[in-house]
Design a binder for this molecule. Structure first.
Ligand code: ZN
Length: 138
């Protein structure tokens, strides 16, 4: 691709990421989403999942553990797409108990204790928000 987009560079996803996506989807009997892989300077990664396109987008930082955590987070979305409510999917419905149960199941399956602890820390601020907004509970 010739277009320059800030510091982002479109890349072929690494083999481990493609294998992880394939294996997780096989485990759950789900269709494999397409994976877009970009890189950025800095340690941390970010990600996004488009349910309509069945597409995961990862902007990978330099830390491999963080990359894997983001990819598993987005895969958990793929496996737990919330139903539309009033035609939209709110962020609160995305990060609900069902999502976190699946996400931490994946973290525990694909990482060691240290990795799970790392992810628990990373997810903490989302979890707090998702459970406190409008008294959401499940
Ligand atoms: Zn998310």
């Amino acid at each position: 691709m010739k277009t320059e987009r800030c510091k982002l560079t479109g890349k072929q996803p690494p083999d481990w990421a493609l294998l992880l996506v394939a294996q997780v989807c096989a485990d759950h009997g789900r269709r494999v989403p397409s994976l877009q892989w970009w890189t950025r300077d800095g340690k941390y990664s970010s990600g996004h999942y488009w349910p309509a396109r069945k597409q995961i987008h990862v902007t990978a930082g330099t830390d491999p553990q963080d990359q894997q955590g983001v990819l598993l987070h987005e895969l958990a979305h793929h496996l737990t797409v919330p139903r539309k409510v009033n035609g939209s999917r709110s962020r609160r419905r995305w990060h609900n108990k069902r999502f976190y149960t699946k996400a931490f199941e994946l973290y525990a399956q694909w990482g060691d204790e240290e990795f799970v602890a790392y992810e628990a820390k990373r997810e903490a601020h989302y979890m707090k928000r998702s459970t406190s907004v409008s008294g959401y509970s499940q």
